[in-house]
Write a protein that binds this ligand. Structure first.
Ligand SMILES: Nc1ncnc2c1ncn2[C@@H]1O[C@H](COP(=O)(O)OP(=O)(O)OP(=O)(O)O)[C@@H](O)[C@H]1O
Ligand SMILES: [Mg+2]
Length: 639
């Protein structure tokens, strides 16, 4: 049984506390299908979110199978299913793949056969078997809602909460979903609570909760509704609600509550006996909760203690024995209630470990990547075109560079003449080398921001939903990092190899090529992970993209590679400019001739040491990762 006692959710409004949910008292037995209805803004979603634990209850108690959820901890992720109004599946995946991924993320099992069975059963239950291989993006509204439902059923939740899963659907699809929810509540003592605007199909529910201004205006069997509100048709309930204050409605409901609950319980027992409802008789509205039993036990123990102290002399041995027996019987009852609960918890599915979740998330990420043709082509275009642009520019500098590198060996008149000419062109050489290296760095920074800006913000709702379902933020972080590292390595190596192969640049030893590659990777990684952090912190993918693009846009002017910055500005901004560190770090590994040429053309300090450059880029990566982790962990649920 789910029980709410004086349940409140309070917010601050104009400095005053304001109860969005005001002293709700409710009892819902095991094996029950309840609707929450009420006018827009009356607090239906807020109530559902507070029951789910997405909003923190401000006052009151919530008991689940006799367990005080405030004291004994929230429901296990697998015990609770929450179907939000929005779609929680990736458009690129098929119905089957979506359900498979969520099952692997939420259900621990080594037996693939069992996993398949579970998926098939859920597909069957939600009527999705025939369209299992269809992509989510082509599903109709009703099919998407059923998919949302299916994705919650994979853990066999005993409490299923649904928010407006029928809104915007045609009457037939609406009835279909309500019917399915009804059927789901008939099995395994499940409680299904469905928030709805619609006053159609109310006869399919076991009870209806009418909420008005955050208060219970009515909770009882559907056939009592019209009589209670003195209306002929349920459609007239909303206009009728507004005619009286919510506190008055609440008072009049409280007068009837016991008789309504008795009726609900009687119907329930009948259904169980006739085999139409599979639920334990014991978890009905009239059975004692373990909390009640505990209170009773304490009262009794107190009585016994007092008895021992004061009345021992006056009681006969037989009377004492009876008191003791009563107390131990309560003890037993209490223990039975606890054992029941423990057994149920151990039957519930377990959440898989971090590594298993990580590999599921990573495999899903790659699948989505390759399915999204647009994304693949964009990546390929960037990976090919960006190095090409650099090559084109590099080619212009090739002639000067060739002469420069040949110089110094020919001391003939012609050679010396040429040397003089080269010396004059020294500035050009410095400019070409510095420019080409900076160009590479800025383009890799741009790739980094393109890799990561939407990565988390673009799937925030899905991630929040999955986190709520038990997916570890560490598994998320690891999957994103691994996916990005693979992309970063490919991009940086393609850029590095393509440019080195075509550029007549013989200014470095083989070992310093490796250093140069290292800086290409570091700048890409630094920008990718900082933008991943931005993506994890921002509410929308648009905001994250915008901020990331600005960040890249500032790299070139603030790096000092083109124009030296005023000293103070340079000192302040430099630590944040990844391109500066990658550029200066890379320059320091050049052969001294080239390095000196670059030094001549730039007033920006480039001799801070390549170790410092790598250190700062690595520090930026670490900071990006920390911000990402904080952002992933942060609760950003919005309904
Ligand atoms: N965290 C919050 N802070 C401030 N106000 C809130 C918060 N959550 C909800 N509200 C307000 O509480 C009221 C109830 O919101 P809720 O979303 O629960 O309504 P609802 O009954 O689900 O409405 P609808 O049928 O339109 O979905 C609204 O006025 C809403 O603006
Ligand atoms: Mg709502």
């Amino acid at each position: 049984m789910l029980e709410l006692k004086d349940f409140c959710f309070t917010i601050e409004k104009d400095g005053e506390p304001h109860n969005l949910i005001d002293r709700v008292n409710l009892k819902i037995p095991a094996g029950h299908f309840m609707a929450i209805v009420g006018p827009s803004g009356c607090g239906k979603t807020t109530l559902l979110n507070t029951i789910a634990g997405l909003n923190e209850m401000s006052e009151g108690y919530i008991f689940w199978k006799g367990r005080d959820l405030e004291e004994d901890g929230d429901l296990e992720p697998a015990e609770l299913g929450y179907v939000p109004q929005f779609s929680i599946a990736f458009e690129e995946l098929t119905v089957d793949e979506s359900i498979e991924a969520v099952t692997k993320l939420r259900v621990k099992t080594n037996d693939l056969g069992e996993l398949d069975q579970r998926i098939d059963r859920v597909l069957e239950e939600t009527g999705l078997t025939d369209i299992a291989d269809r992509q989510v993006k082509v599903l109709s509204g009703g099919q998407k809602r059923r998919l949302g439902l299916a994705m919650e059923l994979v853990t066999d939740p005993t409490l299923l909460l649904c928010d407006e899963v029928t809104s915007g659907l045609d009457p037939r699809s609406e009835r279909d979903i309500v019917r399915r929810l009804h059927d789901i509540s008939r099995r395994d003592g499940r409680i299904v609570i469905s928030v709805t605007h619609s006053l159609a199909h109310l006869e399919l529910y076991d009870s209806i909760l009418v909420l008005h201004e955050g208060r219970v205006a009515f909770h009882g069997p559907p056939d009592e509704l019209t009589h209670y509100f003195s209306v002929d048709d349920t459609e007239e309930i909303y206009p009728r609600l507004g005619k009286q204050e919510s506190t008055k409605w609440n008072k009049s409901w409280e007068k009837h509550a016991d008789s309504y609950y008795q009726k609900i319980e009687d119907t329930r027992v009948e259904l169980i006996k006739s085999g139409k409802l599979n639920a334990p008789l014991a978890h009905g509205l009239t059975s004692k909760s373990s909390e009640d039993l505990e209170i009773e036990k304490n009262i009794n123990l107190d009585a016994t203690t007092e008895l021992d102290a004061e009345e021992e002399v006056t009681l006969s041995k037989r009377q004492k024995r009876r008191k003791k027996a009563e107390s131990s019987k309560l003890d037993d009852e209490f223990d039975v209630a606890k054992t029941d609960f423990i057994q149920e918890v151990s039957i519930a599915v377990q959440t898989p470990g971090i590594f298993s979740q990580f590999s599921t998330l990573l495999a899903r990420r790659w699948k989505i990547f390759f399915r999204d043709r647009g994304q693949v082509y964009l990546q390929l275009a960037i990976m090919i075109c960006f190095p090409l642009i650099v090559i084109l520019f590099a080619d212009q500098g090739n002639e000067t560079l060739r002469k420069f590198s040949d110089a110094g060996t020919d001391y003939s008149i012609d050679g010396i003449k040429e040397l003089n000419e080269i010396a004059k062109n020294r500035l050009n050489v410095g400019g070409a080398v510095s420019g080409i290296i900076m160009f590479q760095m800025v383009l890799l920074a741009l790739m980094g921001s393109n890799n990561a800006a939407r990565e988390i913000a673009g799937e925030r709702k899905i991630m929040e939903k999955e986190k709520f379902g038990g997916v570890s933020p560490v598994a998320y972080l690891l999957s994103k990092v691994t996916f990005l590292i693979a992309i970063i390595l490919v991009q940086s190596l393609v850029m590095g190899i393509a440019v080195q192969a075509t550029w007549t640049f013989k200014g470095a030893e083989a070992s310093s090529y490796i250093d140069h590659f290292t800086f290409l990777i570091l700048i890409n990684a630094s920008m990718s992970f900082i933008c991943l952090g931005i993506s994890a912190m921002m509410k929308t993918a648009e905001k994250a993209s915008m901020l990331s693009i600005y960040l890249v846009g500032f790299q070139l002017p603030l790096s000092g590679a083109m124009l030296a910055l005023p000293d103070l500005v340079g000192q302040i901004t430099r630590p944040f400019i990844s391109a500066y560190w990658a550029w200066s770090g890379s320059l320091q590994n050049l052969q001294s001739g080239y390095y000196d040429a670059v030094k001549d053309v730039t007033k920006t300090p480039i001799d801070l040491g390549s170790n410092l450059s790598s250190f700062i880029l690595i520090a930026q990566i670490v900071i990006g990762l920390v911000i990402t982790f904080i952002g992933i962990k942060r609760h950003q649920w919005e309904h």
